[in-house]
Design a protein around this ligand. Structure first.
Ligand code: SAH
Length: 244
């Protein structure tokens, strides 16, 4: 049996947003590896072994997946959204750096719909002009880097999407981010909080920075800050394609 490894994105939540390519890989898989809530989205079947693991062991999980593929298994590593956006694809390539003997394995990255794009679609088109995307978690990078990037992106008038805005273990980070945005962009700038997008609990709220408060975001929220031209139309929010 020839083993392979697919690093797949399951999309933001709604099963209809899992791509046919990912569905096909899962149908052929012998093993599925990933963070517990993502593996829970896979329907068990005979011949398929599920390997749910904790969030903090990304590199171990990547090494284990590579080992199984080298042994001849057909392995799918699952992430939510897209596997290349703050997710497992980088961890697999990092694990591969130390193992030249594994670099000839059949490895594919299967894209998915990332949370930011699903949120933008349901809000209207807030990312219709230039934008950037920043992970607000300071687990893997110091807060000073995050703050520098936020200020530079605001000065460049990018719309911005923020992942991992707020966790119970560091509630103060997002409050500081909001202070920076108010300083750089003023109180009238639009900001959208998109929670649990494409799931039955979806909630999308757009307010001004003056009205925004840290408790509007949690770890199931992706936050989109408009650029200086972003505006409301009816119940939507959009960024015109001509700006600057
Ligand atoms: N690889 C994922 C991101 C993983 S980081 C992707 O491409 O979407 C986890 C963060 O993604 C969460 O803290 C939240 O900010 C965001 N996120 C994931 N799914 C979401 C959803 N359905 N609705 C809103 N935000 C979501």
């Amino acid at each position: 049996m020839t083993g392979w490894l697919a690093i797949a994105g399951l999309g933001p939540g709604d099963d209809r947003l899992v791509t046919p390519e990912v569905t096909e890989a899962l149908a052929q898989a012998t093993d599925v590896v990933g963070y517990i809530p993502y593996v829970a989205r896979i329907t068990p079947r005979p011949g398929l072994t599920l390997h749910p693991s904790d969030n903090r062991v990304e590199l171990d999980r990547a090494c284990a997946a590579l080992t199984m593929a080298a042994e001849g298994k057909r392995v799918v590593v699952v992430s939510s959204g897209d596997p290349g956006v703050f997710a497992m694809a980088s961890a697999v390539f990092e694990a591969l750096e130390d193992r030249p003997d594994r670099q000839s394995l059949d490895i594919r990255v299967l894209p998915g719909i990332t949370a930011m794009l699903a949120a933008a679609a349901h809000a209207g088109a807030p990312l219709g002009h230039d934008f950037c995307c920043i992970n607000l978690s300071d687990n893997l990078k110091p807060w000073e880097i995050i703050e520098t990037r936020l200020r530079h992106a605001a000065k460049a008038d990018f719309a911005m999407a923020f992942y991992n805005p707020r966790s119970a273990s560091r509630p103060e980070g997002f409050a500081r981010a909001l202070d920076i945005f108010r300083e750089e962009c003023g109180p009238d700038r639009l900001i959208t909080f998109a929670r649990a997008v494409t799931t039955p609990e979806e909630r999308i709220t757009t307010v001004t920075l003056g009205e925004a408060s840290p408790d509007m975001a949690d770890m199931r929220t992706v936050v989109i800050l408009g650029n200086s031209a972003t505006k409301r139309v009816g119940r939507w929010v959009y960024s015109p394609r001509r700006a600057g």
